[in-house]
Ligand binder design. Sequence first.
Ligand code: SF4
Ligand code: SF4
Length: 262
Amino acid sequence: MGSSGNGGKASSSENLFINGIHKETPKDNSLKGQYNDLKNNYEQIFIEAAESIRKELDTIKPENACANCSNKNCNVEKKDIFAPYPASGCKLRDWQMQALTYLTGDYRQKLKAEYKAIMDKKSEYECNKCGACCKLAVSEYSYEQLKQRAMRGDKYSSDFVSVFVPIASEEAAKSVNPEYFELLNILVQDDKIYYYHCPKVDGNLCSIYEQRPDICKDFPHNPLKLLPKECSFNEWKNSVSHHAMLLKAKVDIINFYKQKLG
Ligand code: SF4
Ligand code: SF4
């Protein structure tokens, strides 16, 4: 189901953000390749993101902050961003607060703009109408839970239950797309997932194409989501995945800063 497309979709609306550097497109486009790329690269990308943020905060760190300090109770030795500076009268404590304001304000807005650019780039690619995302969709929620969420006003759940119905068994879901099924299960590990299909798919095509809901038009919704190997949006995903993972790492790191400094 892509922007021009046809198919279904998967779990709920996760949001990931990213930052700048555009690295080489992964060479392995298989499902296993996608999985290994996410799994193996994230740790290194997280380190890259942490270092980038640390360097950025160093640019606003006051020089010689302790030169004329009259605070007699300070015994901080390693004067980094997470040190336990005195709550008042300390320029480095002021720096911590300034850093927190920056990360949760302008910096986060910058990451959101980068994420939007990644999603906008999806429009350069077209759905090939393979129908794979219509025939096997997954959600972390059961059908009942989705209906309850829809009644509480969750648009994604409402759209989802308007087109998808549960697949009768895991065996039936596996038979639809065995490779995709196996890797989804590896990715979710011990978490429960539920399988769905859309009865509106006719062969590989959407029988209500002009009336298909937004979740169909907008698929895929997330550059880090595992896609069926048939999906033509894998090319988009592969071209942005490093950037997307970097954004996700930066968002996670900002949340860590909020916990430590807030
Ligand atoms: S309505 Fe069904 S068949 Fe049509 S695009 Fe959406 S999931 Fe696919
Ligand atoms: S899996 Fe991708 S290419 Fe196939 S119908 Fe869905 S969006 Fe289109």
